[in-house]
Design a protein around this ligand. Structure first.
Ligand SMILES: Cc1cc2nc3c(=O)[nH]c(=O)nc-3n(C[C@H](O)[C@H](O)[C@H](O)COP(=O)(O)OP(=O)(O)OC[C@H]3O[C@@H](n4cnc5c(N)ncnc54)[C@H](O)[C@@H]3O)c2cc1C
Length: 381
């Protein structure tokens, strides 16, 4: 065992991948997750993962779990398509990177596998204090405290650790909301989708800045898992305000009514696709983005993933970047376990992570402004 202990706030994609990497290397770590279970909350269905994410999973997971990732991942055609609401092609772009379409809950179950004893569910991290000896005292949601040498904020876009540690780091509304849902892929519903819609992502642009996005999750044979197509609908918040008041408060059936009404003049097949969304699967989320900040001085508190660089889904790389962080941070802490100065190792991780993480935030915001009508990224502090 290394001579230090790591506490990770959050059992999302990044926190669990980091825990896998650290425990595999014999580094003592515990993850505290605020939710009671992996499936307590709806967080979306399909994730598009790229070669960077695949590489990160291979670096953090034991081979058995890396194999399981491949055995449960779909491989969509490597293509992005933009259509108009009459299904006329406006743009198509081939991707030269490898692409996986994975189910988020399936991936999180894989990431949790074998490390269950090191993940405490139903206990969030509330903050931390720095003791006189430089060690951290982490405050847990249940009132208890634990000491740690390193605290990793992997607690997502609303990170309480980031709010304490880097209060200057802001999360901005993008002005766009999306309603997420899924259409089960059956012999009947498959006929609604063109072959081109089985690419990485198909965006369909409608009137008044509205848009629909579809993307397949097709599990390899013999997983016993059911294929589906994610189907999302987005528009500016004013569009929702004018029709639905607070979209945040709407249940699945109301969201289904709202979206089917919104596409009533679109191509008949699109209307059918939207109508086949399972009302129980629907939920609405505002698109938000981190605002990049200049580098800060490294301490024993560090961050990964959405806790520091949440980004517009228009770049489709938030999860990929969180997994990349997890692999880099694993390497840094393994080096520290082998004698490298801990702060130096964390400093190097943070310099790289700030660079590629905020570059992805900027790219996501640019794509989001261009394709989804989101507000431009506010100026950095
Ligand atoms: C609908 C949707 C679709 C997306 N599609 C893609 C995609 O196709 N490709 C892609 O790369 N990215 C995608 N993203 C973005 C991606 O989901 C995120 O970037 C990714 O989940 C970030 O991982 P993370 O580990 O940093 O945070 P999360 O996965 O959000 O995990 C954070 C965890 O911390 C927990 N937590 C929160 N507060 C506390 C606390 N105080 N104490 C302890 N635990 C806490 C949360 O419950 C959660 O489990 C999508 C996002 C959404 C919403």
């Amino acid at each position: 065992m290394a001579g230090f202990t790591v506490v990770i706030a959050g059992a999302g994609l990044g926190g669990l991948a980091l825990a896998q990497g650290l425990l595999r290397a014999g580094i003592d770590c515990t993850v505290y997750e605020r939710d009671a279970a992996l499936d307590s909350r709806r967080q979306g269905y399909r994730l598009h993962l790229d070669g960077t994410a695949e590489n990160a999973l291979h670096r953090t997971l034991p081979p058995r779990l890396a194999d399981l990732f491949h055995a449960t991942s779909g491989t969509p055609r490597p293509r992005f398509t933009l259509l108009d609401h009459e299904l006329r092609e406006l743009l198509t772009k081939e991707s030269d990177d490898i692409a996986y379409a994975v189910d988020r809950l399936t991936l999180r179950r894989i990431l949790l596998s074998g490390i269950e004893d090191s993940v405490v569910f139903g206990t969030g991290v509330g903050g931390y204090d720095t003791g006189q000896d430089g060690r951290l005292v982490v405050r847990l949601g249940d009132g208890a405290t634990i000491s740690a040498d390193v605290l990793v904020a992997a607690d997502g876009i609303n990170s309480v650790v980031r709010q304490q540690y880097l209060p200057q780091a802001r999360v901005a509304e993008s002005g766009v909301w999306q309603v997420y849902g899924a259409v089960p892929l059956t012999a009947e519903t498959r006929k609604l989708f063109d072959e081109s819609m089985f690419g990485i992502f198909t965006a369909i642009s409608g009137p008044e800045g509205t848009f629909v996005g579809v993307a397949p999750v097709e599990f390899p044979a013999d997983t016993g898992l059911r294929d589906y197509m994610t189907c999302s609908f987005g528009a500016r918040s004013e569009w929702f305000d004018n029709r639905a008041g607070s979209v945040r408060d709407l249940g699945g059936t109301q969201l289904h009514d709202l979206v089917t009404t919104a596409v009533r003049t679109w191509h008949p097949r699109l209307r059918e696709i939207v109508a086949h969304s399972d009302p129980d699967s629907l939920f609405a989320l505002p698109l938000r983005t981190s605002v990049p900040i200049p580098a800060w001085s490294t301490t024993r508190v560090t961050l990964l993933g959405d806790a520091i660089h949440a980004m517009s889904p228009a770049s489709g790389s938030g999860a990929c970047t969180a997994l990349r962080d997890a692999a880099h941070l694993t390497d840094a802490l393994v080096q520290a376990a082998h004698g490298r100065d801990l702060r130096e190792a964390l400093g190097e991780y943070e310099r790289e992570m700030i660079d590629y993480g905020f570059a992805a935030v900027r790219a996501g915001a640019e794509n989001g402004t261009r394709f989804l009508g989101q507000d431009p990224l506010p100026a950095s502090v």
